[in-house]
Ligand binder design. Structure first.
Ligand SMILES: C[S@@+](CC[C@H](N)C(=O)[O-])C[C@H]1O[C@@H](n2cnc3c(N)ncnc32)[C@H](O)[C@@H]1O
Length: 267
């Protein structure tokens, strides 16, 4: 029997059941890592973290202003594969050699949703170092966007850093460093790590993405990971093109996922 699955708001596709996951423009019938609570310790830790966050969202202790209030739980559930990849990469990066040099960086924090998963992964692996969070927490500026990205001018004007700080306070992680300001100019006045184990780049814009790679790549420890959120997403083609040029100039490879995310490992 074939099931009709709604992907996004309007695309309907026919898929043979069983369907284990629907969300972020994909529907899959393969077993998900968190199936029945997960069959290995990393997947189990992720499932626990995901459920804990869902509980906080349900009780409105965590407020995600980027989603419509009525559909926030459903929207976050559709991001589960994305969040699993955040959690997985953060856990693996937490375990590389480096002690307190294993800082974490997130470029593009918004309400703190992906930072939540990365923080939980760090805590679960008892990773040393600090977690540096960079965001303008202001509207996106035209001079930091290319012509093809111009439709993003003014996005995220509604963000409020205090809301993000309240959300992340529930993590019980005292290692957060909030760096408010526009990337890349904020590097000159932020407190920046000298070394790091993991960086998540989710800036929805190509120029600040490349500036972040340029700024942090040499500081990334051997075995450290870069997770890109926007790599293969329609509307962010320029990010992929510029990242591919950047990789080529350094002889690096990238692992792309069906979620549109992509991973670079430092040798
Ligand atoms: C897609 S959101 C990040 C979502 C977040 N990673 C999550 O899923 O929880 C993109 C963020 O990038 C920030 N941003 C975009 N361009 C920026 C820039 N040049 N400097 C600083 N922040 C920027 C926006 O304010 C917004 O919060």
């Amino acid at each position: 029997m074939i099931a009709k699955v709604l992907l996004g708001r309007s695309v309907i596709v026919d898929i043979a059941p069983p369907i284990e996951f629907v969300g972020w423009k994909m529907a899959t019938g393969t077993r998900v890592p968190w199936h029945d609570g997960g069959s290995n310790s990393l997947a189990q830790a992720f499932a626990k973290c995901d459920q804990e966050l869902a509980g906080h969202i349900g009780s409105r202790k965590v407020v995600l202003t980027q989603f419509r209030p009525k559909s926030v739980a459903a929207e976050v559930a559709q991001l589960r594969w994305r969040h699993y990849l955040v959690y997985w990469s953060a856990t693996v990066a937490s375990r590389i050699a480096g002690g307190d040099q294993r800082n974490f960086v997130e470029m593009g924090v918004c309400d703190g949703l992906t930072a939540w998963f990365a923080s939980r992964a760090r805590q679960s692996s008892k990773c040393g170092g600090e977690f540096f969070l960079y965001d303008a927490w202001e509207e996106m500026r035209s001079d930091l966007l290319t012509a093809s990205e111009a439709s993003s001018v003014g996005s995220y004007a509604y963000l409020n850093i205090e809301n993000t700080q309240r959300n992340l306070a529930l993590c019980g992680d005292d290692s957060f460093v909030f760096n408010k300001g526009y990337v890349p100019e904020s590097f000159s006045h932020s407190r920046n790590p000298e070394s790091l184990a993991w960086i998540h780049i989710d800036l929805n814009s190509s120029m600040p993405t490349i500036a972040s790679l340029d700024y942090f790549w040499d500081r990334l420890l051997p075995g450290g990971l870069v997770l890109l959120d926007d790599f293969a997403w329609p509307g962010y083609e320029e990010t992929r093109v510029e990242v591919e040029k950047w990789l080529q100039s350094r002889g690096l490879d990238i692992l792309q996922f069906p979620t549109g995310q992509a991973l670079i490992a430092k040798r």
